[in-house]
Unconditional design. Sequence first.
Length: 117
Amino acid sequence: VQLQASGGGLVQAGGSLRLSCATSGRTFSSHVMGWFRQAPGKEREFVASITWDGGLTLYADSVKGRFIISRDKAKNTGNLQMNSLKPEDTAVYYCGAGANVLTMNTWGQGTLVTVSS
């Protein structure tokens, strides 16, 4: 299964963006879909995850209360609603799939989010 992330762009601080992760039309078969991000000069970090069947969510402390992860099983698509964006949220955002957030074995190509102050 290939993942395709989209929805990135340039937004002012305090604004919102919605990222999507599509599975190229095939059925999502992993247990967890997750979003990670990598800012310039930094390592990739966990943002949020959701279990595909049960919809259980997990968030990094830095985005808790601002970001909402969801999935549409009928469309085989995951989403990340990002609200109250801050300049420190600027990064390339990747969606991934795997058995859990520590063993993501499939990645999308990344989508750039830039938050201006």
